[in-house]
Write a protein that binds this ligand. Sequence first.
Ligand code: ADP
Ligand code: MG
Length: 401
Amino acid sequence: MLRTIDQAGDLRGKRVILRVDFNVPLNQGQISDDGRIRAALPTIKLLLEAGAKLVIASHLGRPEGRDDGFSLSPVAARLSELLETKVAFVSETVGELVSQAVASLSDGQALILENLRFNSGEASKDANAREAFARELAALGDVLVSDGFGVSHRKQASVYELAKILPSFAGLLIQAELNILQTLTENPDRPYTVVLGGSKVSDKLGVIQNLLPKVDRLLIGGGMLFTFLASQGLKVGKSLLEADQLDRVGGFFDEAARLGVEIVLPTDVVVANRFAADAEYEVVRSSAIEESRFGSEAIGLDIGPAAAEHFAAMIRSSRTVFWNGPMGVFEFDNFANGTKVVAEALSLVEGISVVGGGDSAAAVRKLGFSENAYSHISTGGGASLEFLEGKSLPGLEVLND
Ligand code: ADP
Ligand code: MG
């Protein structure tokens, strides 16, 4: 059983380390999507109201050592705004300066440490190095509340080793994420539709493998679509193609037929002459990509309008929908239609609608859909996929009795 925050006892006056996932996208020092910060607020508020001395810790990006471009300082500022109370920022991860700052916290006050990845121990491949860093972190707290769902699939010092040293409990976000993902794997209302897109087919093979026996239909879009089309013998021009996965992908069609599951490929696609926001483009049948005016140079950048409508109808007639991966290169306006139509259809589902994946979640917000229109927008791309693949997540395992 998962140890949860409500089992942590009286936290008044206790030093609580809260590991969150504040790995937000930054654009020239500005946070372009604060979804992950907002998702941590319920746990933060709960701990502050309980009178804890709160030490918030996160990583951001993949800096190798100290790198000011990845400082958590803008995150501290944004968090202070959202909480409407000052969260002090400490420019180190461990050590004397941090100990002093923690010692000066009052009950119900919070500070946030600098990016954990500035310390090479955090993500080291060497378990001893991770453990050494975890011991330094442990000296700062009495209890660990682990709530960084987006990093729970990683064996990192603050996620894994630290949880073995301090009494450790799952926060509210991890609990919410697990609840919804369990519904998707254990007892979904039917029809159950999974929509997959995004760029890399190889990232998603495990999920397809594990979900195929559980779903009623699997809709395929995004860059991975072209490996699916090619596995059926179609020509895809210069579209994304993972040639080494053709056999495996082809095998899914046999498997689906055996299970009575429908794999739905788009009947039309939008192809362009190059990968650019202002590329020339044209809608063609999926079976006629190289008959477009771009010939064998055609690059598929979105599902077509007919496919988008067909996908939307299948989504809206479902009781449970999980969507991961944009349907096209939504970052370019001309190729955002498929993603937009699918995002809207999900927002109208009467039943459970879950968006997983960093880019998919960002797409929903960028396209202006209200987060409240979905049952759940997962903060963990890799973590939610690994959970749905049936893998065990080390950062959650370690919170189990
Ligand atoms: P998520 O983060 O939601 O799991 P992915 O990281 O797998 O999604 O994929 C997101 C990326 O896939 C987006 O940046 C998008 O531009 C890209 N993408 C979608 N369709 C295509 C396509 N047809 N060709 C190339 N890239 C694509
Ligand atoms: Mg992504």
